[in-house]
Design a protein around this ligand. Sequence first.
Ligand code: 13P
Ligand code: SF4
Length: 369
Amino acid sequence: MTSPPASQMTSSPATSSPATTKPEKDQPRPGDKLHAEPYMLPVQPPPLPESPTPQEIAELSEEVRELAKQKNAVILAHNYQVPEIQDVADYTGDSLGLSIEAARTSAERIVFCGVHFMAETAKILSPEKTVLIPDTRAGCSLADGITAQQVRDWKAENPDALVVMYVNTTAEVKAETDYCVTSSNAVAVVNAIPRDREILFGPDMFLGSYVEKITKRPMKVWMGECHVHAGIRPADMQKMLDDHPQADLMIHPECGCSTSAMEYLACGDIDPDRTYILSTGGMIEHVKQSDAPEFIVATEEGIFHPLRKAAPGRTFIPATEDAVCGFMKTITLRGLRDALREDKYHVEVAPQIAERARVPIERMISITD
Ligand code: 13P
Ligand code: SF4
């Protein structure tokens, strides 16, 4: 893996991001349109909200479904959302699946239960639609790890290179990008780029390292990371494998252990027939067709809900107990109900940025289709 020049290296995104949090009084109010001045996303994940009771879940879910019908809204939810949000959504999936669904929906409104860059991607693909996000604090530490100016500077130092960016980036960064990728198609997209072209890959260093190993193609990789996945370390994975010899090991490529998993695989230290590096959607597909009795899962804890639904009766073991994305968990049923009822919070992307940002996303979708 090659690092960007020191001038462009990011330190921990959770603390070094240029983004700032608006004071409480400046937070958007119900009904705010936010066209002129988009809200700023927080750098640190907010505290986790209280869980609703089963009765609240039943009542709020009914209200949500009714409002969605009245407002001609489709509810899209990421696999890391809390179970009650996944259950009330029209479609649940990984970043790629959600982008495809956002592009193809005929609904007038998209209510995005995920993080801001995902909702922005939906807006970029469907600029004529209203895109709402139920909580303005739903940021992403990985997306915070690189700015459009940093990409421009990196390109200026590498004028012949193509820029390949993980979809976990802002619209402004996508506007500077040649190809977007998600965890489920990064290898296919990089393989589709002529081998003689140099690649600047960002912002996730673990995904970048994984792609380099699979494609056998050196790239310049940005040193960004997701605070949740970077915390899933090789020691967690090794202990789990020792304790559960019958289990399949499923690792999200953003994890801090994915790089060492690749190395262990290459050296024969872990069984290649039991180890899978997969997107969240890939994990769900894997458990449907595997006959393993147990699965060790290295990603954010929201994934356990769709995994249990996909393969009931099997045992799912978290590689680490504290892999929780506080940004994803800002979305609650109550917040979703209010978003539908009060038509908030609007996700907007300036048309000149959206036009440029659409190009790498559409390239990615066309390679994956
Ligand atoms: P997936 O595309 O695999 O769902 O990952 C998205 C994400 O944000 C992982 O942290
Ligand atoms: Fe971003 Fe990490 Fe949360 Fe995914 S898990 S949304 S990469 S902060």
